[in-house]
Design a protein around this ligand. Structure first.
Ligand code: GLU
Length: 509
C-alpha cells in the first residue's frame, strides 16, 4: 500500500483542549511531517449537548501557539471538506441508510424508560444478539409498524447489528494485535432521529474513510472503541483501506495512580491547558502554559517525551530533531507520568537559548502589570541577558531583575543587619565620589577602579560591595555588581546610593 500518509486530529469542542489532547495533536503533526503527509483538523461536534462556545477557536489558537499547523481544516479549507462534522449531516445520513439497506444496522424505538427496565430485569444487560429479540426494533416489529411509527414522528435510533461469536482483531502499531470476542460489543447507536445526527462512532469512521486517513493516532481512551470501528469498516466494505490504528499511552498523575486531571494541576500548581481558559458558564479561569510563561518549544519538547523516547537519553530536541527521530516503536504501552517539574526544567533550558529581544517582548505584560511602561526593548533585553540564568518561567525574569526597572523601596532586613554598619554611610558617600569620577562605566573598568579604591583604603571588600549592592538592588542578590552598574545609568546608581544613605537607619552602636 503506498497511499500518501494522511492523519487527522479530531477534537470535540467540549471545552479547552486538555494537555493529553495536545500531545496527540503533536504526535500526529510530527508523524505527518516525517512522512511528507497531510494533517487534517476535523472538528467532531455531533454531540450538540456537549458543545461549548469558544472551544473551537480555543483549539485553533492553542495549537497555533505551539506551532502545530494543519494542511486541511475548517480554517485552512481543503478538498475533503467540510471539516466540521455538524456541516456533514447529509453525508452521514447516506451512510446510515447504506447500512440499513444492507441489513447491517436496524431501527430501534426503545424509550429511555424501556431501556432502564431491561437493565433492571436482565442481569448485565447489553443491547446485542442475545437481547435485541426482546426489544422494540425493526428486527422484531412488522415493517408496516416501523414505517407507521417513523411517519408519525416517533423518535428512534439506528443501531449497528454486531454479529455474535467471532473474533475481532485490532492491529495497533504500539500494542500489536488486540483480539476480542464480538460478544462483548453491544449494538452501538450510530444515529439519533432526535437531532438527525450521527454518533461519534459513525461520523468518525465515515470521515476517516472519506478523508482517506491512513493512520488513526489517538489517546488510549479510544482503544475500547476500536473493535467496533473495525467492524464498521468491514460492514461498509472498506477493510482494504482501513487506517492503521495507533493508541497512545495515557498521561498519568504526577503522583499516585490514575489519569491526569485538571484537579492534579490545581493542587500542584501546574496548568493542564496550553492557554488560559475562561469557562463561559461559570466564569472560572484555568491557567495556561502560555500565560504562566512557558515557551512553546519547551512545551513541545516536554510533551514529546511523555510516552516516547528517542532510544537514547537525549532530552533537548527541537521540533526538527523530533521529526527526524520519532517512531512508534519507541512509544510505551504503559501510561506516562506527567512530570510537570521536568516541564519547568525544559523551560529553564529553553529560556537560556532564547533570543533576548524575543524574551523582552514576552516580558512586556509582566513589566506593565508592575507599572513599567514604554521601556526601551534593547535595555530590557540586556537586563534579561544578565538574569535569565536564574529564571525558570518568563515572569521570573522580573522577580530576578526588577531592580533594573525601579529603585528599591525597601531594603532586606537581614542584609542590612549584616552589611550596614555605622561607618557604611560615610563609605558609600565616598563611593559616590569614586563613581562620579569614572567616565567609562563598562563592567571591567568600573570594577578595577572601585576595587582599587577599596584596597587603597583598606576597606572590607565583602562589606563594601554588599552595602553597594544593597543600595542599588535592595538586597544581597542579583548578577555581578558591575554588570548591573554598566547597564543602569550612572546617575540612577548614584541616586540609589544617596537614597539608601538617607533611608537606612544607622545601627545603634
Ligand atoms: N472526537 C474524538 C475526541 O474528542 C476523536 C477520537 C478519535 O481520534 O478518533 O478525541
Amino acid at each position: 500500500m503506498d497511499r500518501k500518509v494522511r492523519v487527522r486530529f479530531a477534537p470535540s469542542p467540549t471545552g479547552p483542549l486538555h494537555i493529553g489532547g495536545v500531545r496527540t495533536a503533536l504526535y500526529n503533526y510530527i508523524f505527518a511531517k516525517q512522512n511528507g503527509g497531510d494533517l487534517i483538523l476535523r472538528i467532531e461536534d455531533t454531540d450538540s449537548r456537549r458543545f461549548v462556545p469558544g472551544a473551537e477557536e480555543y483549539i485553533n489558537n492553542a495549537l497555533a501557539w505551539l506551532g502545530i499547523t494543519f494542511d486541511e481544516g475548517v480554517k485552512e479549507g481543503g478538498k475533503y471538506g467540510p471539516y466540521r462534522q455538524s456541516e456533514r449531516k447529509a453525508i452521514y445520513r447516506e451512510y446510515v441508510d447504506k447500512l440499513l439497506d444492507a441489513g447491517k444496522a436496524y431501527i430501534a424505538f426503545d424509550t429511555p424508560e424501556e431501556l432502564e427496565e431491561a437493565r433492571e430485569k436482565i442481569p448485565n444487560f447489553q443491547y446485542d444478539a442475545h437481547t435485541r429479540g426482546k426489544m422494540r426494533n425493526s428486527l422484531v416489529m412488522p415493517k408496516e409498524e416501523v414505517d407507521r411509527l417513523i411517519a408519525d414522528g416517533t423518535q428512534y435510533v439506528v443501531r449497528f447489528k454486531v454479529e455474535p461469536d467471532h473474533e475481532v482483531v485490532v492491529n495497533d502499531l504500539i500494542r500489536g494485535e488486540v483480539r476480542i470476542n464480538s460478544n462483548i460489543i453491544d449494538d452501538k447507536v450510530l444515529f439519533k432521529s432526535a437531532d438527525n445526527l450521527p454518533t461519534y462512532h459513525l461520523a468518525n469512521i465515515v470521515d476517516d474513510h472519506l478523508m482517506e486517513v491512513t493512520h488513526v493516532i489517538r489517546g488510549e481512551e479510544w482503544l475500547p472503541s476500536a473493535p467496533l470501528h473495525v467492524l464498521l469498516y468491514e460492514a461498509f466494505g472498506w477493510k482494504d483501506t482501513m487506517p492503521q490504528f495507533v493508541h497512545l499511552p495515557l498521561l498519568l498523575k504526577p503522583v499516585g495512580n490514575g489519569k491526569l486531571s485538571k484537579r492534579d494541576g490545581d493542587k500542584l500548581g501546574f496548568p493542564v491547558f496550553l492557554l488560559e481558559w475562561k469557562d463561559p458558564v461559570t466564569g472560572e479561569i484555568s491557567s495556561g502554559y502560555r500565560e504562566k510563561g512557558y515557551l512553546p518549544e519547551a512545551v513541545v519538547n516536554f510533551l514529546a517525551l511523555l510516552g516516547w523516547n528517542p532510544g537514547d537519553d537525549t532530552e533537548m530536541m527541537s521540533i526538527d530533531d523530533l521529526i527526524s527521530k520519532f517512531s512508534f516503536e519507541h512509544c510505551s504501552k504503559s501510561g506516562a507520568k506527567f512530570d510537570y517539574k521536568k516541564g519547568i526544567w525544559f523551560n529553564h533550558e529553553y529560556l537560556q537559548k532564547a533570543d533576548n529581544a524575543r524574551l523582552a517582548e514576552l516580558l512586556k505584560p509582566t513589566l506593565e502589570a508592575n507599572g513599567v511602561k514604554d521601556c526601551d526593548p534593547d535595555y530590557v533585553a540586556k537586563a534579561i541577558a544578565l538574569v535569565k540564568g536564574r529564571a525558570e518561567l518568563v515572569p521570573d525574569l522580573w522577580t530576578q531583575g526588577d531592580f533594573f526597572f525601579k529603585a528599591p523601596e525597601t531594603y532586606a532586613e537581614k542584609d542590612v543587619k549584616k552589611r550596614w554598619s555605622a561607618e557604611t554611610p560615610r563609605i558609600m558617600e565616598e563611593l559616590i565620589g569614586v563613581l562620579e569620577g569614572i567616565d567609562d562605566m563598562s563592567s571591567a573598568n568600573a570594577e578595577k577602579i572601585v576595587l582599587d579604591w577599596i584596597a587603597e583604603n583598606g576597606y572590607h571588600l565583602g562589606n563594601v560591595m554588599n552595602a553597594f549592592r544593597l543600595c542599588v538592588v535592595g538586597a544581597c542578590r542579583g548578577p555581578h555588581m558591575f554588570d548591573i552598574t554598566e547597564l543602569l545609568p550612572k546617575e540612577e546608581v548614584i541616586s540609589r546610593i544617596r537614597k539608601a544613605i538617607e533611608t537606612i537607619p544607622s545601627p545603634e552602636n
